[in-house]
Design a protein around this ligand. Sequence first.
Ligand SMILES: [Fe+2]
Length: 165
Amino acid sequence: MSVEHNRVEQSPEKSSDPDAHASSTGDSSAYLESCTAADTSGLTLAKGRAGLIALLSGWDSLLSPIPEDAIRKGLEELRLNREALAGSVNFNERDYQRNLVHSTATYEVLILCWRSGQRSPIHDHGDSVCGLLVLEGVATEASFELNPRGSVAPSQTRRIQQDLA
Ligand SMILES: [Fe+2]
């Protein structure tokens, strides 16, 4: 399966908790993508940058690939905004922007930033596991299947909203 990500709209501010959403400019979307992962069971993450550092430190200490459920749990526990990600939230007016946050031999973490209407090309993640967390706005992920004739056709689309919990 291949996927294409793009940003479609900015969701309205819904929370007064400064750690629950970003200080949005109203026309941006940021998305944390973590490919492959580690065991963080039992770890309770702090809010903000400290939580991200703790999560990545835990993953770095693993000697084996990070299990999918550990990626999901780790991303769900993060509470990040632009301040926490200072220096890693960068947009490009011509195309979506990939910002590498952390990379090891077994995984990498990126902040992906789209302006309205920008999209990533159709791609797949090979044999890796990929987790994502929408930090601002709403992302749309379109999935594609390779049909028996060798052409690619869209199969489903899903909208992924920022988690303000
Ligand atoms: Fe992707």
